[in-house]
Design a protein around this ligand. Structure first.
Ligand code: FES
Ligand SMILES: [Fe+2]
Length: 373
């Protein structure tokens, strides 16, 4: 659906700050190369604690991080071959979460029926992804498509981020190109103009015209002279629950979002850039260059964003009744998608009479539309 890109005052309904996720999507939980065979790590996907381990064959498994015996955190255990062993009494669970051994149970005795929930897990783009929703939907849905990942012409810069804020606040920061003001000392973009806006039940596409001037202009290859003003179009697509954004064939960024809880969110993002260096040289220095760009460019932008995002969250918590005014229709469209996806999932859960879904219990007070004029 086409939406008018006109800036217009609208009141934000604060319940967007309290909604849960639609879990029927793939969520990123860790960088894949950091988890070696035989290692196990704890992760949280929207209030669900999960132990992710890589077995000795290199395969990934994800189990509910609570032993079915007495609830001890399984991520404190050890990996034996393809199984995860609980640290308390040594019960062993296979990748499906089934108890396959109890060290002190006489061999002739049958194992009890004890099972930890297992989650669909996969690795793609050096990210470990978990599907926390209905298992039977996992195969029909995929993580976002990132065509630049395998293309040697692009330099990939991984960007980790951790926010003490609800995912809606983080997502609004990405959609909100008007906050170039914040980054003015870094010579970011200026004179933003929203030119196109489209939305569906699960996505928002916004196109902005923005201007650049200064060292960033030169660095991104927008102009040979840093003192020239260059105007370009940025396309930002929020495809629930992740983002991709591109600057006219010059750069692309993918923001993979991990909502952890009501006031905590992580991102596993990748920035792709075409660097004007000979291929042989680029190949040789890619890892160092990527770290350098992260440290001296993105971290500075990100630190400024984190400060704003967390400030917004703290003020909201201090007074959840306070009303805020938004004038960017792209933000209102984004909020509608976030709340709409959550309500869609809640409705599906009610239809399935899925009374044991933790989200249904924890967030069932949140319903209704989110913005009024
Ligand atoms: S609590 Fe895990 S084996 Fe006993
Ligand atoms: Fe920013």
């Amino acid at each position: 659906m086409e939406l008018a890109p006109t800036l217009k005052s609208q009141t934000v309904q604060n319940r967007v700050r309290e909604v849960g996720i639609n879990p029927n999507y793939w969520y990123p939980v860790a960088w894949a190369d950091r988890l070696k065979p035989g290692q196990v790590i704890p992760v949280v996907v929207w209030q669900q604690a999960i132990a992710v381990y890589r077995d000795q064959d290199g395969l990934l498994h994800a189990l509910e991080d609570a032993c079915p015996h007495k609830g001890v955190a399984l991520h404190k255990g050890e990996v034996h071959s393809t199984n995860l062993v609980c640290p308390y009494h040594g019960w062993q669970f296979n990748g499906d979460g089934t108890c396959v051994s109890i060290p002190y149970l006489p061999k002739e005795q049958k194992l009890p029926c004890a099972e930890a929930r297992s989650y669909p897990v996969q690795e793609k783009y050096n990210i470990i992804w978990i599907f926390p929703g209905q298992q039977n939907l996992a195969d029909s849905i995929q993580p976002p498509h990132v065509p630049e990942y395998d293309n040697p012409d692009w330099l990939a810069v991984p960007i980790p981020a951790h926010f003490q804020a609800h995912f809606s606040i983080c997502n609004e920061n990405t959609m909100d190109v008007f906050h170039g003001f914040l980054h003015k000392n870094l010579q970011g973009w200026f004179d933003p103009l929203l030119i196109n806006l489209r939305s569906t039940e699960a996505s928002v596409l916004a196109e902005y015209r923005v201007s650049y001037q200064g060292w960033l202009t030169k660095f991104l290859g927008l102009s040979d002279k840093g003192n020239q003003v260059t105007t370009r179009t940025i396309s930002i697509t929020y495809e629930y629950p992740h983002y991709r954004s591109s600057l006219e064939g010059i750069s692309a960024i993918y923001l993979m979002r991990l909502p952890i809880g009501l006031t905590e969110t992580k991102s596993f993002s990748m920035f792709f850039l075409k660097v004007r260096l000979p291929k042989w040289l680029l190949k040789r220095i890619k890892p160092q260059l990527s770290k350098f760009i992260w440290r001296f460019l993105f971290k500075k932008f990100l630190d400024q964003d984190v400060e704003m995002i967390e400030s917004e969250q703290r003020t909201y918590l201090a007074n959840p009744q306070r009303r805020y005014v938004e004038i960017n229709p792209a933000i209102i469209a984004l909020q509608r998608v976030i709340v709409g996806q959550y309500e869609k999932f809640m409705q599906q859960s009610r239809n399935l009479s899925n009374g044991d879904n933790p989200q249904v219990k924890k967030s069932s007070h949140v319903t209704g539309a989110i913005a009024t004029e």
